[in-house]
Design a protein around this ligand. Structure first.
Ligand SMILES: N[C@@H](CCC(=O)N[C@@H](CS)C(=O)NCC(=O)O)C(=O)O
Length: 209
């Protein structure tokens, strides 16, 4: 199977890191959503990434749906999320907040680089959504005393938060003050020190307007 998308996307990066942690072999096609849109289109008419193309040719889209499939393939002892129950719901909520933060960070980035004059209303809305989610994630992470969100082992929630924090900090340095978010800063540092995070990484390359 091959994974389409560049690793400066938190959505693509979290999928690639999950593939690595699950020991699932894959090829990487680092196609750009803007520069390589025509190459992506046959697999995903939205021309978005991540897109995961399976060996039989089936193309999976949306990071949550792709991870749902990877969870099916993985050995239960390597599971990156609880199979059911309150812990699963809690993990999915953290993932949704992280990915929503990713959506808003991407929207704000596009607004800033693709428009001649960014729309103040939209910029302020995205900034307050980003700030609101960071505050909630900081509070929740600070309340957790284990190395990872749900204990001793890394899971999807940890990966999602770490990937999105990296992108958010690179794209919008003014919105992330490490002193204000110490638990999230420590969380990101712990994850980024792990081999798959060190291997699967790419500095942010925003599209050009
Ligand atoms: N909800 C999607 C979001 C993916 C996403 O926003 N990808 C960005 C790259 S970071 C993209 O494809 N942007 C191009 C576009 O939306 O036109 C997911 O979770 O897979």
């Amino acid at each position: 199977m091959f994974l389409i998308g560049q690793y400066d996307s938190p959505f693509v990066r979290r999928v690639a890191i999950a593939l690595r942690l699950y020991d699932l072999p894959f090829e990487h096609r680092p196609w750009s959503t803007f520069g390589d849109a025509d190459k992506i289109a046959p697999y995903n008419p939205l021309r978005r990434v991540p897109t995961l193309v399976l060996d039989g040719g089936e193309a999976l889209i949306e990071s949550m749906a792709i991870l749902d499939y990877l969870d099916e393939l993985a050995c239960p002892d390597k599971a990156l999320i609880a199979p059911r129950g309150p812990e699963r719901r809690h993990a999915l909520r953290i993932c949704a907040l992280a990915m929503g933060l990713g959506d808003k960070s991407v929207s704000l980035l596009y607004e800033r680089v693709l428009r001649k004059d960014a729309l103040k209303l939209w910029v302020e809305r995205c900034e307050s959504q980003i700030g609101g989610v960071l505050a909630v994630l900081e509070k929740e992470r600070a309340a957790v005393k284990t190395p990872y969100w749900f204990g001793e082992r890394i899971g999807h929630a940890d990966i999602a938060v770490a990937c999105v924090l990296r992108m958010c900090r690179e794209a919008h340095p003014g919105l992330f003050d490490a002193a204000r978010y110490p638990a999230l800063t420590a969380h990101a540092a712990r994850c980024e020190a792990l081999p798959p995070f060190q291997e699967i990484v790419q500095p942010l390359a925003p599209p050009k307007g």
